[in-house]
Design a protein around this ligand. Structure first.
Ligand SMILES: [Zn+2]
Length: 271
């Protein structure tokens, strides 16, 4: 795994520049802490390791839950200490309502690409991030492109389709080693932590990943290119799509899937 140190070093600076926009704060302090505290990048590594262990069932669901809580708590504290994050829920809700907070995650596509007619592809019940054996739920929206020949390129342009960050955040973990025959379901995925929402976006089935853990991405920034990676996504019966999941971190530190349909409807489109 290659680490983009330059981007990582820019995280703190960008935090001030990007996140303060629209938020009334007096100062733009950078993320600081004692030198013995874990860095943001340490949390990225911990998350990458944890998620890989869950997938390989090398950790019990209970232990995974504990580790997850500790990582999320650490991340939240690091970002809250920057004073650039609105911790007040009213302030946060008004930010979300402006409609400019979210970017549609696929360049060149609109809400008509969302699976189903009213986003009913989302089924949140029964999901457990920490138990890879639990099946049946689909706490996500699938967003489809025009790719009848299943070469992962857009049939209209012959070009790959960019996956864009739905909101600004910290790239926590990526997978880039998926290959046909692998039974991993998410394929090449990207996890991004949004410190304002205190939640995680998960972008799955990519062909190519363009970002690295520790990197700060802005809403609308390219994360990768759409693909058909993943055990089921690779099968012919699966039309080429992005699997977009959002997990809201609860006060107890555990994740709760949330339907992104309304966010997708108001998201800014990218050509
Ligand atoms: Zn899906």
């Amino acid at each position: 795994m290659k680490i983009d140190i330059t981007s990582f070093m820019q995280v703190a600076g960008l935090m001030a520049a990007v996140l303060v926009g629209g938020i009334n704060v007096a100062s733009s302090q950078v993320v600081t802490g004692n030198s013995s505290d874990p860095t943001l990048y340490d949390y990225c590594q911990q998350y990458q390791t944890l998620y890989t262990k869950i997938r390989e069932q090398a950790v019990s669901p209970d232990s995974a839950r504990l580790e997850f809580r500790s990582i999320m708590k650490g991340l939240q504290e690091r970002f809250l200490s920057s004073e650039t994050i609105p911790s007040d829920s009213l302030q946060r809700d008004s930010l979300l309502r402006t409609g400019t907070y979210f970017s549609f995650p696929i360049r060149g596509y609109t809400k008509s690409a969302i699976g189903g007619s009213r986003g009913e592809g989302y089924r949140g019940n029964g999901f457990d991030l920490f138990d890879y054996n639990v099946r049946g739920s689909h706490p996500a929206q699938d967003i489809f492109i025009v790719d009848r020949n299943q070469d992962t390129n857009d049939d209209r342009t012959g070009q790959p389709v960019d996956i864009l960050a739905m909101t600004s955040g910290l790239v926590l973990a990526i997978e880039t080693d998926w290959h046909p025959g692998s039974d991993y379901r998410g394929g090449n995925w990207i996890w991004v932590y949004d410190p304002i929402l205190h939640g995680l976006f998960y972008y799955a089935h990519n062909n190519h990943v363009d970002v690295s853990p520790g990197q700060w991405v802005k809403a609308g920034q390219k994360l990768g290119e759409m693909g058909r990676s993943g055990f089921n996504a690779y099968k012919t019966r699966s039309p080429t799509h992005l699997h977009l999941m959002y997990l809201q971190i609860q006060p107890d530190g555990l994740p709760q899937p949330l339907n992104t349909y309304q966010w997708l409807l108001m998201a800014q489109l990218s050509k």
